[in-house]
Design a protein around this ligand. Structure first.
Ligand SMILES: Cc1cc2nc3c(=O)[nH]c(=O)nc-3n(C[C@H](O)[C@H](O)[C@H](O)COP(=O)(O)OP(=O)(O)OC[C@H]3O[C@@H](n4cnc5c(N)ncnc54)[C@H](O)[C@@H]3O)c2cc1C
Length: 631
């Protein structure tokens, strides 16, 4: 049995492997080495950071910091591995430290493919891969007058939508004659194009980029046919390049990715590779779903499980994460035989592809009913006698018809049987709890309704009590009684007495509110327990800026206050000033870093417009002025 396993790379692959290893073996020493400063986070939902600049860990963190302590996993953050010495069984970090291992896992992922276009290094040109890229794109989009996204694939379209959220016009430039050509056939791509244009983006197809124009800052794009496009923000999203450099330092066999066999073993003894850095049977998967299967196999191999599992490849599966367009593509989309149901008026397109009489691929656009059943059939190469009839039946099938192995949450690799087991075997009764424990539905969220239905079916139609938070099986009423009876004054007191001593990001604000309410504002304030809105005294908006509402009892104010509000609104470039229904003034579009300054300049207390309390109280000026006033 290996005593020390070192995992290089804290992406979804590294984290999943880490969790799988710990589930199987309590004792093995696990060290996770992350080049990034962040704890492992959910890269799939990175687009959220294009809209909102919340801290990565809060928004996308896969596990809270405490999890690593609880699981006895050592995480080294901001530490890059530079070399691997397979003979000495050690890795060398960039800061000079050396770590020894018994078994090594390479989960170094990919980098964005950077084309050799002249001008790629101009200010305002970005790739789309990390939280830092998202920050740069988001900030750039706030001031840019026109953006171009090079690449009309899944990520390019997602990036374009994120840029639009900052009210920056955007053109998607694509080399091929249709969008998402790897996932769509010509007919569905022809439907996607107008759908994207309706969202306000421009799309230029069959455009080959030659270079980016500008001296220091980007000013535009020039194409091979010498035509140009103006743009002062450019995002390049044309693919990935597996990160194989440290494998190469150890002469581990690499092609495009690090070559692995069916047990995820590399060419070197004791070293496995998984995730986007690995190449299995000629394929590098740029998707998250294969990682869950690969991690199970890699864990078996690392723990030397006799007759451990094997990985035989995955069916590529992708969902476009643009809220307004429902689009799923599975497997081979251009096969020898296919059935298509195409409702042109409603823009619904459903296609099932078969090969040798077996399900091989599908496209669903506008109507994604039956996706899980079809995915499972394709995965198991189910026989399909009549594709059209089969497609119709899949649409009508309910969650109860799904086979146990059907993958419900592809982002987190959770299948129906795991959800059922959480209810039947582990006694969970609410979808909230099941989602928390299995992680189904916690990434892109598209499977949440299905998870809820499955929980309800498994529980015999009963949804259990609604807990304050899934991480604690306690209802609001139960907690409130305890707080009242024991007179707790702070969240930490409640945590110590009624919980694990720690709270998750959702529990804390809810408990803080409960304690404050029950202690009638005589509670002990704990800054860390507050939601971001309460910490900064602003209300976070969909673009990541904040709205500021000074207190104004009954709408009563003074010329001096109004002057200060007006000056501050101008000084901090408010995007909108609005009189609210609650007789106050809302100053919208304030940047997070300006919040302390605007509050100082306004010199009024916060109206707590973000609080979950009563605020819509209408009042008249009262008996001093009003002929009908009563107080
Ligand atoms: C914006 C975006 C949206 C996406 N959306 C989807 C989607 O909807 N569906 C889907 O299936 N997939 C999606 N993907 C792809 C998916 O995110 C990846 O397949 C997955 O995250 C790959 O995980 P990984 O752990 O293999 O690699 P990575 O996420 O790249 O993680 C590798 C980690 O290893 C670290 N590392 C590299 N070298 C070293 C070193 N020498 N020392 C230490 N650490 C190192 C890196 O810094 C990185 O943190 C998306 C990707 C992006 C960028």
């Amino acid at each position: 049995m290996p005593a020390r396993i070192v995992i290089v790379g804290g992406g979804i692959a590294g984290q999943t492997l880490c969790e799988t290893l710990r589930e199987r073996d309590e004792d093995v020493e696990i060290t996770l080495v992350c080049a990034e400063e962040h704890l492992p986070y959910d890269r799939v939902n990175l687009s959220e950071l294009l809209v909102c600049d919340e801290p990565v860990e809060e928004r996308l963190g896969l596990r809270p910091e405490e999890w690593y302590d609880d699981q006895d996993v050592t995480v080294l953050r901001g530490r890059r591995v530079e070399r691997v010495d397979v003979h000495a069984r050690s890795i060398g970090l960039a800061d000079g430290e050396t770590l020894e291992y018994d078994r090594l896992a390479l989960a170094t992922g990919s980098n964005a493919l950077v084309p050799p276009f002249p001008g790629m290094d101009l200010e305002g040109v970005h790739v789309y891969r990390t939280p830092g890229d998202c920050d740069a794109i988001r900030e750039g989009a706030r001031t840019a007058s026109k953006a171009a996204v090079i690449g009309g694939g899944l990520l390019g379209l997602e990036a374009a939508r994120g840029i639009q959220a900052q009210e920056c016009p955007v053109t998607v430039v694509h080399l091929m004659d249709r969008l998402m050509e790897r996932q769509l056939d010509a007919d569905s791509a022809a439907l996607l194009l107008p759908a994207m244009c309706e969202l306000g983006m421009e799309v230029e197809l069959e455009r080959e980029t030659e270079c980016f124009l500008g001296e220091e800052r980007v000013e535009g794009v020039r194409f091979k046919d010498s035509s140009t496009l103006e743009a002062d923000l450019v995002v390049v999203s044309i693919g990935i390049r597996p990160e194989v450099s440290i494998a190469e330092t150890a002469d581990i066999d690499c092609n495009r990715g690090i070559l692995v066999d069916d047990r995820m073993r590399t060419s070197e003894d004791g070293v496995v590779a998984l995730g986007e850095c690995s190449e299995h049977r000629g394929t590098v998967y740029g998707l998250v779903a294969p990682i869950y299967e690969q991690a199970r196999v890699a864990a078996d191999t690392l723990l030397e499980v006799e007759e451990g599992s094997e990985y035989h490849g995955s069916i590529p599966w992708a969902r476009l994460k643009v809220a307004e367009v429902d689009l799923v593509s599975i497997g081979t989309v251009n096969g020898e035989r296919s059935a298509v149901s195409h409702d042109q008026s409603g823009r619904a397109y459903r296609k099932l592809v078969t090969q040798d009489g077996r399900a091989a691929g599908a496209i669903f656009m506008g109507d994604t009913r039956g996706t899980e059943a079809v995915l499972e059939a394709i995965r198991t190469m189910g026989e399909v006698a009549d594709p059209l009839e089969w497609l119709t039946e899949a649409a009508a099938a309910g969650p109860e018809d799904l086979p146990d192995e059907a993958q419900v949450c592809d982002c987190n690799g959770v299948c129906k049987s795991q959800i059922t087991a959480a209810v039947v075997d582990e006694g969970m009764s609410s979808a909230q709890e099941v989602m928390k424990v299995t992680r189904a539905g916690t990434a892109c969220g598209s499977c949440k309704p299905l998870v809820k239905e499955l929980v309800s079916i498994a529980g015999g139609g009963d949804e259990g009590p609604a807990y304050l938070c899934a991480c604690r099986k306690q209802t609001r009423e139960w907690l409130a009684n305890n707080i009242r009876e024991q007179g707790y004054q702070a969240v930490s007191e409640v945590s110590d007495a009624c919980g694990t001593g720690r709270e998750c990001g959702l529990c804390k604000p809810a408990l803080a509110y409960l304690v404050q309410e029950l202690a009638d504002n005589h509670h002990r304030e704990e800054h860390h327990a507050r939601h971001i809105n309460e910490r900064v005294h602003g209300n976070i908006q969909n673009d990541g800026t904040f709205s500021v509402v000074p207190r104004m009892h009954g709408g009563v104010t003074t010329p001096d206050q109004l002057r200060r509000i007006a000056d501050a609104a101008e000084r901090y470039e408010a995007r909108l000033v609005k009189v609210t229904g609650g007789q106050r003034i809302d100053i919208l579009g304030i940047k997070k870093q300006d919040l302390p300054h605007i509050w100082r300049d306004i010199g009024m207390p916060s109206g707590h417009a973000y609080g979950r309390g009563i605020r819509q109280v209408k009042s008249c000026v009262g008996t001093d002025f009003c002929r009908f006033g009563i107080g």
